[in-house]
Design a protein around this ligand. Sequence first.
Ligand code: NAP
Length: 296
Amino acid sequence: MARLIDGKAVSRQVRDEVRADVARWCEAGHESPGLATVLVGDDPASAVYVSNKQKACAEVGIEGFSHHLPADSAQDEVTSLLAELGGDPRVSGILLQLPTPEQIDGSHLTTLIAPAKDVDGLTPLSAGLLAKGLPGLRPCTPSGCLELLRRYEVPLQGAEAVVVGRSDLVGKPVAALLLAEHATVTICHSRTRDLAAVCRRADVLIAAVGRPQMVKGDWIKPGATVIDVGINRTDEGLVGDVEFGSASEVAGLITPVPGGVGPMTIAMLLRNTLLAARAQAGDDAAVKVGAAGARG
Ligand code: NAP
């Protein structure tokens, strides 16, 4: 029976570390790091995500700046706000909550976020830095997956890692982070032939598909580590992309849903906001930590 990877506990540890680091940073005479969230429109789920991020900031001593624009805002208004936040010294990190209303091109707006404040790690510059193994701010959910692997001491060097999913948000960056840790990485997607056979090779299997319980127990190599990024709302409640019951009989380590990868995203956002503040203040060590995953 697989051992559970407790994402809630690890997330709490990371938040506690960030809280202590923020306190030390402020004691050294620096301003509190600041996170600006930009929410456009009234999507209830997005409003909950943003308010959770703001609450988490307050808990660790990061100042929150919450911007809520009406659903009928014009693209130019959001562009101006992002530019203003880019120039505001109190703001260390900027987060544009997606999805945006139809008339707003959210993915284009993401590219306008000041690179030094890109705490979501989703701008083309951050993606390019990650692809090249250069220091930069890494996307939060993928770096949360790596943090879980690190804290549970899962060997990555030379390991076969299979990532199911190739989105810019999860699949591609998590694959790049695993590669930087010297895993042998295979990325699968909807056109992959015999997905089950490819998954069966994995010492570390990351499922980021968005299809409820698609990955079955007999796709898993005995003793493998399974990280389930999926969050799917079904009639039976929240489930991942992995069929947890059958998978946990075969895997060595596995994340539950909920309580696995989910809680890590906000923790990594807080850590990124502190890193961004330190890097903006010229702290070279922060810039190097930003390269996490590119260790020799
Ligand atoms: P996405 O953009 O929809 O990407 C899904 C990927 O899965 C695509 O690359 C797609 O392949 C692939 N795929 C779809 N059907 C497949 C199949 N039958 N066989 C193999 N591959 C298949 O989703 P995402 O944004 O990466 O999110 C993935 C999941 O993670 C979702 O459940 C989402 O809710 C969850 N998520 C959780 C967090 C968190 O925990 N905080 C954060 C982000 C996302 P193609 O490229 O060929 O279409």
